[in-house]
Design a protein around this ligand. Structure first.
Ligand code: HMG
Ligand code: MG
Length: 305
């Protein structure tokens, strides 16, 4: 598999939305700038959602304004409705992401409407965005299982992915929100989607709750998927998805890809430094296995071992 993979770094949004102690604007900007410096150029940096739903993402407008002088970055923000779109657009967002679910239970818990209602809610958002020249990414959550409804049929994922694609989303990101998937399931899902949404426009957004994310990504890559969402240090989770832990760690993805001969352009030392810095702020070291190994190695070196 010697080709290219695009990494979408979601740490500043998915990573920080679940933290008990909200991270302030200056620290969020510093985190984003550290990730840019490490060579990650597509980053999800905030969300224009209800502050009651996700207080951690308040002031996403200030975050966007604080990084707008970085032409090397493509910055994404989540938008659940027209109100969010207006605020995101006013703050200068060039790429937004709407987020639907393949399961009714999570749709209701996360955005307080049915799956069908969410698509209708997004229709005017996508139309407005496209008229304004703003690109729209579409998420489908719970593609490999739902914390409320259990098993999710691939056909349900296909239906929602197709609906978002038909609305005009340029890319569909497949969320294993609670990280319950296994490689055969991931492969089966990608096969079900092939021919329905172009493979080049499908992203894999796998949480690592059960330690399966890398294996699932590899299975998805064997089916031709080439876009990977990941979070520095393995941060992440959704407060509306009970039990969900972090996204697959960007360090782990970069290590695997480089080992496969796929250049990522990411400077691992700088990436681990970015994860360590945010880890100190939130009071937890990175859960990434690769970051932990690199940190252990540098501690040994520092001791002269
Ligand atoms: P609702 O209560 O049905 O909305 O929530 P509403 O329209 O009735 O409004 C209720 C209040 O929220 C009103 O304020 C609105 O003004 C305000 P009040 O009058 O009570 O003071 N409001 C807003 N404020 C700011 N920005 C907005 C906005 N909209 C309404 N855009 C709603 C519906 C969708 C708004 C709410 O449920 C919500 O914000 N949900 C977001 C939840 C969320 O962000 N979850 C995490 C992201 S998704 C995720 O992590 C999964 C993903 O990573 C992929 C994966 O892993 O699967 C993407
Ligand atoms: Mg997520």
């Amino acid at each position: 598999m010697s080709d290219t993979v695009r990494i979408v770094e979601v740490g500043p949004r998915d990573g920080l939305q679940n933290e008990k102690t909200p991270v302030g604007v200056a620290d969020r900007i510093a985190f984003i700038e550290a990730l840019l410096g490490a060579g990650l150029h597509t980053l999800e940096v905030g969300a224009f959602v209800s502050p009651k739903a996700i207080p951690q993402m308040v002031n996403s407008d200030a975050v966007l304004r604080g990084i707008e002088h970085h032409p090397e970055g493509e910055f994404h923000v989540l938008v659940p409705n027209l109100k969010g779109y207006e605020a995101a657009h006013a703050a200068g967002a060039r790429v937004i992401a709407v987020f639907a679910s393949a399961s009714e239970g999570f749709s209701r818990a996360n955005i307080n409407c049915s799956v069908a209602e969410s698509i209708e809610r997004f229709r005017p958002v996508v139309a407005r965005a496209r008229a304004d020249g703003v690109k729209v990414r579409g998420y489908v959550s719970c593609v490999l299982g739902c914390p409320f409804d259990g098993e999710v049929r691939p056909a349900a994922v296909v239906e929602v992915a197709k609906a978002l694609w038909a609305l005009g989303c340029y890319e569909i990101s497949l969320g294993d929100t609670i990280g319950v998937g296994t490689p055969r399931k991931a492969r089966h899902l990608l096969r079900a989607l092939a021919g329905e949404v172009p493979m080049a426009h499908l992203a894999m957004h796998f949480h690592d709750t059960y330690g399966q994310a890398l294996a699932n990504l590899y299975a998805g890559m064997e089916e031709g998927a080439r876009i990977i969402d990941a979070a520095a240090g393995g941060l992440g989770g959704c407060p509306y998805a009970p039990g969900a832990t972090g996204n697959v760690a960007t360090e782990d993805v970069v290590y695997m890809l480089e080992g496969m001969g796929i250049a990522t352009g990411v400077d691992m030392t700088k990436l681990v430094a970015a994860s360590n810095a945010i880890g100190r702020l939130i009071g937890r070291p990175p859960v990434s296995r690769v970051a932990a190994a690199i940190n252990a190695k540098s501690r040994t070196k520092a001791k002269g071992g």
